[in-house]
Design a protein. Structure first.
Length: 368
């Protein structure tokens, strides 16, 4: 009897690959036997968390024997006030990744076409495939998500769901709020769009617009993982019409955001000075990377995120550089598909991280 026959997996699960969207830096470190000297590949924050958040989370340790509030009442109330929406229009979850899975579960039946961009955030694809959806991937246009092509594909396939990250990962490019709103207006009446704004704090003015819930087709998603520096805590949220949030509440893990995360996120939301300081440091770090690329006569993609895509001239060279950098103790990543895979993607680290990367990037370039 084979292993496959002993376990009654559904046909869908049997059809899925035994992989996850990312290989974490920890797995690479275990393989290497030593930690990285510069961890600048996962778009985590190198600037810590708010001191208020740290204090709140330390204080919460005394209560960790208790379950967290399944309603996340205090954090939801604060987010509703911050965004000027109703509490019944906010859903908390264990990061945007979990929200993506819940959204697909709500809206996508097996065999249904779902629209995304070719090379966009792979975790969304992971959930679509995992629930039996059929991905329709629209190529980028000049390193930007092609809004017109996304809208056209939604009409062609009559898809219930479209995914858009603005600013974008993996290229760091962005569209204006005006352009995104025009794109939403072109979608079919029965198509829901996820607007993933995980990096919005780093984007220039005019990239986003005030959150409203007037259009039931629009879900805005944000996170505490990037600018707030709480990737390990896993806190994200969706804002949508109350009917959509009711759908989330039917299927979400009601204890999925733990007490530490709830208390830390609430404190961080209230610490505007800390957030502004992180954004300022990221802006300075991006400029360092731009100048580094120029010093090696390399192009780069202007970024509205906490990472920069450096154009190294081709996919083979980019892959070779990843290997050379790993051997030199530096963790970075690269886009997965042509033509973006001519780049390596480097997160904005702290000053020491950037210095290590600059030194070893120069050595790695000589080796390829």
């Amino acid at each position: 009897m084979t292993d496959e026959s002993r376990i009654p997996f559904t046909p869908l699960v049997q059809s899925l690959p035994s992989t996850i969207p990312f290989v974490g830096p920890e797995a690479i470190e275990r393989r290497r036997g030593v930690p990285f000297d510069a961890r600048v590949g996962a778009n985590e924050s190198a600037f810590g968390i708010s001191p208020r958040a740290a204090n709140a989370m330390r204080a919460e340790a005394a209560n960790i024997a208790w379950y967290g509030d399944p309603e996340g009442y205090e954090l939801r109330a604060a987010l509703a006030q911050f965004h000027k929406v109703g509490m019944d229009e906010v859903c908390l979850s264990g990061g945007v990744d979990e929200l993506l899975g819940l959204t697909v579960r709500m809206l996508v039946s097996p065999g249904t076409s779902v629209i995304t961009s070719l090379g966009a955030y792979p975790t969304f694809n992971y959930h679509v495939v995992g629930f039996g959806g059929e991905l329709v991937k629209v190529p980028y246009r000049e390193d930007h998500i092609d809004l017109d092509a996304l809208a056209a594909a939604a009409h062609e396939h009559q898809s219930p769901l479209v995914y858009l990250a603005n600013p974008d990962n993996p290229m760091g490019t962005w569209h204006s709020a005006e352009a995104v709103q025009a794109f939403i207006g072109k979608l079919p009446d029965n198509t829901v769009v996820i607007v993933d704004e995980a990096y919005i704090e780093f984007a220039p003015a005019g990239t986003t617009w005030p959150i409203t819930t007037d259009d039931p087709r629009v879900i805005r998603m944000r996170t505490f993982s990037k600018a707030h520096g709480m990737a390990g805590a896993r806190v994200g949220y969706a804002i949508a019409c109350a009917e959509m949030i009711t759908g989330y509440n039917k299927i979400r893990n009601h204890f999925g955001v733990n007490r530490f995360a709830l208390s830390g996120a609430l404190a961080s939301l209230e610490d505007e000075h800390f957030l502004a300081s992180v954004v300022e440091q990221v802006e300075a770090g991006r400029e360092d990377y731009y100048n580094l690329a120029r010093s090696h006569n390399l192009a780069f993609v202007p970024s509205a995120t906490n990472f920069v895509a450096i154009d190294v001239g081709g996919s083979d060279r980019a892959r070779a550089l990843l290997v050379e950098l790993e051997q030199r103790g530096v963790f970075v990543r690269m886009p997965a598909v042509d033509p973006m895979d001519r780049c390596i993607r480097v997160s904005v680290g702290g000053r020491s991280d950037r210095e290590v990367f600059a030194e070893r990037f120069a050595d790695a370039l000589k080796a390829v």
